[in-house]
Ligand binder design. Structure first.
Ligand code: HEC
Ligand code: HEC
Length: 153
């Protein structure tokens, strides 16, 4: 019985887990300030630790931008991302350079988004989470928080 209770709680909370991805309480201020200056400071659980490591090793040529950090910030952010990374087997391959939007998990969750919306002028790129998820900055990715009316069910 003692063992059953945590399993049961997990099962009950699973549906909520998928659409609530708030930044963890120990998120370094530099993660929001630096990694959130050009796009959403992405939820760390959406890439595996190896992919975060690969991404951080090429910040000077980061998708055509220079996103370099000083050594201290880089170390704090690397440790934070490693602590909260997702599991590769659940996320799937992220490509190279790694993209959240290329993982099988992302593709599965967005199966119902017609292809034309990824290039819609309101969206521009799959990396632009907030264009559709208006509560993304607060970790809300549920179906009730979709900004594009045609994508709301
Ligand atoms: C100077 C601007 C800038 C900074 C700073 C920056 N990025 Fe990016 N990032 C970009 C651009 C541009 C892209 C590509 C966006 C696109 O494809 O539309 C990107 C893409 C990404 C992606 C892939 C998104 C996808 O498609 O799934 C990840 C992950 C990412 N950045 C993480 C980070 C992290 C972690 C940091 C902090 C260490 C960071 N970024 C800092 C500009 C920046
Ligand atoms: C073109 C619009 C669009 C963009 C851009 C977009 N999404 Fe989504 N996303 C959706 C829609 C629509 C759903 C399905 C909502 C539903 O029915 O649950 C969804 C679902 C999700 C879910 C699952 C929510 C659940 O209920 O289980 C997550 C997590 C998610 N998106 C994260 C992201 C992240 C992170 C990004 C950026 C890297 C992103 N999305 C970019 C439209 C978008």
């Amino acid at each position: 019985m003692k063992k059953l209770i945590p399993a049961l709680l997990l099962a009950i909370s699973l549906p909520a887990l998928a659409d609530r991805l708030p930044l963890p309480a120990d998120t370094p201020a530099s993660y929001r300030a630096e990694c959130g200056s050009c796009h959403l400071p992405y939820p760390p659980s959406l890439l595996a630790s190896g992919d975060w490591r690969r991404l951080l090793s090429g910040l000077d040529t980061h998708f055509g931008s220079d996103a370099s950090l000083n050594a201290e910030e880089r170390q704090a952010i690397a440790a934070f991302l490693a602590r909260h990374a997702g599991s590769l087997s659940r996320l799937g391959d992220a490509g190279n350079p790694p993209r959240i939007s290329q993982t099988a998990r992302f593709v599965r969750h967005h199966r119902e988004v017609p292809a034309r919306f990824w290039r819609d002028p309101r969206v521009k790129s799959a990396a632009n989470c907030e264009a559709c998820h208006r509560g993304a900055a607060n970790g809300h990715f549920g179906e009730h928080d979709i900004a594009i009316p045609e994508l709301r069910e």
